[in-house]
Design a protein around this ligand. Structure first.
Ligand SMILES: [Zn+2]
Length: 307
């Protein structure tokens, strides 16, 4: 895959003479958490972004269509030099539209809200054909189903067999849905899955927020386990995000944390999420590059590095 350099040339007019002020190229970024269509809660066009905990006010305006989400996400990817994106969707036709809009840019993946959809035979076919290359977000916690529920077992077995990266929503917070259960999101519930599938390439959304001790235990005990820092980079107070991120880095996990935006219907959150990492006062320049690019490149086994 080629990197497309984004040269930004600012022109300043002094006495009518155009002078190039700066040419800058951003280093590459990998976004491990994008959505092609928003599951399953309805968001009206223009609605402010999610925020937690309430009372609080989210910024941004929800897109009006799936195409607008795609176009604005592509624009943000170009602007910030995001060279790869892990994108999931309930509607796989929409996911394929993303792939067609930017070939080689996306890792296409099914959003799984309940076991059985999509069914395993269909997934097997899509992996064999190379149309899908990831699994998840597995979001069965939104229906109260914990990750160690036997109904998910064949999905993990298939992902391990096909050697595809798997994103799972296993944390304390999520959308306000009647069946959602924080208790079904403790990262320690991943333990049986990790023991049964030692080769599974699993990463946990939001690094299990706010189950800090549980997540540190799982990642320390199971070296294959990775995490993204996605929604919490913009949905909770910045101080709470930094507190959590710093704890994970101080626990020695900085090489297995990956950037994600979880942009949903607010593609402007991509830039905000990048800013949250870039501005973190406790991270070194190398640690920021690890989170924004290198850790995901290693996890995804990208053949050609970008920096
Ligand atoms: Zn998500």
């Amino acid at each position: 895959m080629k990197t497309h350099a984004i040269g930004i040339v600012s022109l300043i007019f002094v006495s009518g003479i155009a002078t190039p002020l700066s040419t800058q190229e951003r280093p590459p970024i990998i976004d491990m958490h994008l959505h092609a269509d928003l599951p399953p809660h309805e968001v009206p066009p223009g609605a402010p972004a999610l925020c937690r905990p309430e009372p609080c006010r989210g910024e941004g305006r929800a897109t009006a269509s799936h195409d607008e989400t795609l176009q604005k996400t592509l624009a943000a990817m170009k602007r910030y030099n995001i060279v790869k994106g892990f994108v999931s969707g309930v509607d796989l036709d929409i996911v394929q539209q993303w792939v067609e809009a930017a070939p080689d840019r996306f890792i296409a993946s099914p959003f799984i809200l309940q076991p059985g959809r999509p069914d395993l035979e269909m997934l097997r076919r899509e992996y064999a054909a190379g149309r899908l290359r990831g699994m998840g977000e597995i979001a069965t916690q939104l229906s109260g189903l914990p990750p160690n529920d036997p109904a998910l077992e064949p999905y993990f077995a298939l992902a391990e067999q096909r050697d595809v990266p798997v994103l799972i929503h296993t944390l304390g917070i999520g959308p306000y849905l009647p069946a959602f259960r924080s208790a079904a999101g403790s990262p320690v519930l991943l333990e049986e899955v990790l023991v049964r599938h030692p080769k599974l390439r699993l990463f946990v959304e939001n690094a299990g927020y706010p189950y800090r001790g549980e997540m540190i235990a799982m990642m320390t005990q199971y070296p294959q386990l990775h995490a993204d820092v996605s929604t919490i980079s913009w949905v909770i107070p910045r101080a709470a995000f930094y507190d959590y991120l710093e704890a994970l880095v101080r626990a020695g996990l900085g090489k297995r944390l990956m950037f994600g935006s979880d942009q949903m219907r607010w593609p402007e959150k991509i830039g905000e999420a990048i800013g949250a990492i870039e501005q973190a006062p406790f991270l070194t320049a190398d640690q920021k590059r690890d989170i924004l690019y290198h850790n995901a490149a290693r996890f995804l086994r990208l053949e050609h590095g970008h920096d």
